[in-house]
Design a protein around this ligand. Sequence first.
Ligand SMILES: [Zn+2]
Length: 228
Amino acid sequence: MTDETDGAAEVKWEQRIGQNLIRRLYDSEASGLLDEALLDDVGTRLGMRCEAVLAVSEAMRGRVACPRCARAGTRTIITRTAGDEAEALQCPVCGWATTWGAYHKRCRSQQLNEGGAGYAFRAFLAQWKAAATPAMKMIAVDQLIHEFHVYLMRHRVTGETKNRHARVVAVQLIQGTATEVMGFLEDLSGTAPRSSDLAASAVAWRARAAEAREDPPWEEWSILQPSR
Ligand SMILES: [Zn+2]
C-alpha cells in the first residue's frame, strides 16, 4: 500500500441499524411509554446514515468530503477532475490523501446508493432537526423508514420507459436483504400506534405504498440510475 492509499482507511460510514432497535422503539411507543432515549439514538443514527448516503452520492458526482476534516468538525470538499481510479485525492487543509479508486472501494457493498431517493434522506435530516417534541421525532422516523421510492424503469426487451417502480428506502438504513427489510416493515406496520399523530402518519405512507405496489414485476425492468 502506498502513502496515497493509506487515507482510505479513514473513510468510515455509519452502519445500517439493527431491526431489533427499531422494533423496540415501536413497541415502546405502542405501549404508551415511548423510550425517548432510544428514539434519540435511532434518529441520530438514521441521520448519520442519511448523511453517509448523501456524501457518497456527492463523491460520485465529483465532490469528495475529507473524512479527517469531518472528524475535526469542518467540511472540506476535494473536487475530482479525472474520474479514473488512479486519480489522487488530497485535502488542501489537513493533508489527508488517497486515490479515488481506494475511496470508491470503501463505498461499495455498503448499501449507500442514493438511487435517486436523495429527497427522502434530505427530508428526514430537515424534519429531525426541526422536530421539537418526541412525537414529532417519532413521525420523522416513521415517514423515513416507510418511504417508498419510485424509480424510473425501462423494459429490458422492448425499451419502453415507464416512470414508476417502487423500492423501499429503508434498505439503505436497516440491516437485512431487501426482502427481509420489506418483511420487517410489513410486520412492524401490524403494531398499532398509540398516538393519533403517528396513526395519521401511517395512513399517509400506506396510501403511497399502495400506489407504488401497483407497478409491474421487477424482473422485466431495469432501473435507470441517475447519471454519475
Ligand atoms: Zn482535510
